[in-house]
Design a protein around this ligand. Structure first.
Ligand code: NAD
Length: 288
């Protein structure tokens, strides 16, 4: 397959490299990054002109809209525009409408699994858009990832992503504040992990990404809270969840509080550039 890959940052570059390794012809474009092992085009439109599938992996919805406006008119009939960035549901739907108006299909296909998953080809894709386009791009999802779920119509992939990450933000905060409370109560952190990870308080945050150093499987906590998944990216996703909740008229008080705490952590405290699990030392500091 001929593929255009727009946005070759921390996630996009390894995803594109995995497609090349699998034998696909990939034309990449990025306004700044020049990763090894990829053929680069002079513009997004030039990369897209000949492609069967155009994949985007960009920072936010505004940039996605700008790139889509340039790329969609350049795409050949029958090609699919597949956005893997995490963006707001409204931008995903606007891009899908624009593609449809040009006689093309678009997918929103955000991912879970982080940079490690992008490198290893073990991402999970959550996908919104037409069934036929999902089937056409599925072989590429299978190279870049381990699982691809067709979630529904356009925007459903982004909806799944922000709901998942809202749960993640809330459970990480709950896990961190519980560890900090356990400290105050004199409970050993390893004992806390041993009990909770096999009890009803367990979650991915506790079991797979434990925020306490030296406890549970290896995680950013064991590496000085170097990201991993940066607190500011969690804040971005919690902002998207709150924007979606406001636009849909949904009541999300826990998501709102998680957003407020991550905003405070990133903007007023020392959270910027730290892993999102560094909420634990933050609570410990508050409890001093
Ligand atoms: P990144 O900042 O490393 O990469 C984004 C790339 O887009 C940069 O190289 C930038 O130069 C490029 N870019 C910006 N404007 C452009 C334009 N107009 N045309 C072409 N390229 C342009 O970010 P990332 O970590 O790769 O994340 C990309 C997306 O994936 C984001 O939406 C993020 O929320 C999502 N995501 C990231 C992770 C993670 O762990 N990093 C996990 C899941 C999802």
């Amino acid at each position: 397959m001929k593929i255009a890959f727009i946005g070759l940052g921390n996630m996009g570059a390894p995803m594109a490299q995995n497609l090349v390794r699998a034998g696909h012809q990939v034309a990449g474009f990025d306004t700044a990054a020049r990763p090894e092992g990829l053929t680069l085009a002079d513009s997004a439109a030039a990369a897209a002109a000949d492609a069967d599938v155009v994949i985007a992996m960009l920072p936010n919805g505004d940039i996605l809209r700008a790139v889509a406006a340039e790329v969609i008119p350049a795409m050949k009939p029958g090609a699919v525009f597949c956005d893997c960035s995490t963006v707001d549901v409204d931008s995903a739907r606007a891009v899908a409408d624009q593609a449809r108006a040009a006689g093309l299909d678009a997918l929103d296909a955000p991912v879970s699994g982080g940079v490690g998953g992008a490198r290893a080809g073990t991402l999970t894709f959550m996908v919104g858009g037409p069934e036929g386009a999902f089937a056409a791009v599925k072989p590429l999802f299978d190279i870049m990832g381990r699982k691809a779920v067709h979630c529904g119509a356009s925007g459903a992939g982004q909806a799944a992503k922000i709901c998942n990450n809202m749960i993640l933000g809330v459970t990480m905060i709950a896990t961190c504040e519980a560890f900090a409370l356990a400290d105050k109560l004199g409970l050993d952190r390893q004992k806390m992990f041993d009990v909770v990870s096999t009890s009803s308080g367990s979650s991915w945050s506790m079991n797979n990404y434990c925020p306490a150093p030296g406890v549970g499987p290896e995680s950013p906590a064991d590496n000085g809270y170097k990201p991993g998944f940066a607190a500011e990216l969690m804040l971005k996703d919690l902002n998207l969840a709150q924007a979606a909740a406001a636009s849909a008229g949904a009541d999300t008080p826990m998501g709102a509080l998680a957003r407020q705490l991550y905003r405070q952590f990133v903007e007023d405290e020392d959270g910027r550039g730290r892993d999102f699990s560094a909420m634990l030392p933050r609570f410990v500091e508050k409890n001093r």
